[in-house]
Ligand binder design. Sequence first.
Ligand code: 0GY
Length: 294
Amino acid sequence: MAEQAKDGVISWHPNPRVPAYVPPTGAVDAHCHVFGPASLFPFAPERKYTPGDASKDMLFALRDHLGFSRNVIVQATCHGRDNRALVDALRASDARARGVASIAPDITDVDLQELHDAGVRGIRFNFVKRLVDATPRELLQASAARVQHLGWHIVVYFEAADLVELKPFLKTLPGIIVVDHMGRPDVGKPVSHPDFQAFVKLMGDMPNLWTKVSCPERLTIAGPPYKDVLPFQAYLIKHFPDRVLWGTDWPHPNMVSHLPDDGLLTDLIPQIAPTAASQHALLVDNPMRLYWAD
Ligand code: 0GY
């Protein structure tokens, strides 16, 4: 099994290659995380896994190594609703990182504004059962309502099997909604399969729905270089060029099948976004619109 909640797993490649592909100037890695250090920012008591520390300095060094300019750091479930490690990284980034936080609906306006000032521009709802216990939908809707005045968006992470059940809920959410990792399609079935096409149809029906064409390393059955996932990424980029984001997912929490090489992941970009225009939209225009509009 490629993913499971396990403790102390270091899932990042120790020596990612320098990509041959050079991202456009200003490129954004729009899905990555920081973990700890646990001595300063302890993991949440309710977490389902305890990763190794993955510091902001390591993340920023990887950004430079891969040829990116900016990061979007996404709150992971192991830190629960304690966004201190995220805020610490954002404040140290010299405005080159923005964040997606996890909040409780009763967060104060002062705390929300503090997150905004640090660079948070969205909140994340996680529905993956191995990662979190369920939160009542009314509380999520209340959280969504709390962040509208700040112009934030909502990131959702779910398994493909849960799309049908989640669809009515997604339609109640205000503003832009970003679906992590293409809604986690089963890449053992073709792009034309009704399951993936149901996600495509939802993208067509909801002009406020975006997605991250990320995580081939999680979705693959074949393994690197992830040839079985590329058609899904390419399809979404082709059909929704102005509503797609790309990210490394460093430090790849819960990956146990192999250590993903972030240089390889970067080198796959021209295979999923074959033109300079589509690469620029994916890596610069779209994330800048969502995270650096101000
Ligand atoms: C990801 C994927 C995973 C972890 C989390 O919040 C999290 O803990 O999202 C995963 O295990 O699939 O996007 O980082």
